[in-house]
Design a protein around this ligand. Structure first.
Ligand code: AMP
Length: 117
């Protein structure tokens, strides 16, 4: 799938619309989900334009690893790392991906069930 520069997370990256940012570095931006599904719900996005996980190329491997590191770092800073937390990546229509800029959901502060819905 081609990347659409007008998606809402691209606008957040360009600071065209506001976000409640909790972490930013050279590779990623993390901000609170506007419709949180848990007491802590942060989205971690790469600065690189990748529409969905399955579009990532071998050149993206470092940034994908960075997103995982950032998710753990944010969980620690949010105080949910020890109790337990969940990360999720929705890829495509059947997984209900609604924003086509890759994002990692970091959720915590409540119990989670398995399998997920
Ligand atoms: P997904 O369904 O995996 O594509 O997740 C997209 C997420 O983006 C949802 O959890 C939305 O609540 C969240 N979202 C949409 N617009 C915004 C926004 N402007 N700021 C923060 N989160 C948003």
């Amino acid at each position: 799938m081609s990347y659409d520069d007008n998606n809402i997370f691209a606008k957040i990256l360009r600071k065209e619309i506001p976000a409640d940012v909790v972490h930013e570095d050279e590779h990623c931006l993390a901000f609170r989900d506007i419709q949180p599904q848990a007491p802590t719900h942060v989205l971690v996005i790469p600065k690189q334009p990748i529409a969905k996980l399955a579009d990532a190329t071998p050149e993206d491997r470092q940034v994908l690893g960075h997103l995982m590191w950032a998710a753990g770092e944010i969980a620690r800073k949010e105080g949910i790392a020890e109790d337990g937390f969940r990360i999720a990546i929705n890829n495509g229509g059947r997984a209900n991906q609604t924003v086509f800029h890759l994002h990692v959901h970091v959720m915590g502060g409540r119990d989670f069930t398995w399998p997920p819905g």
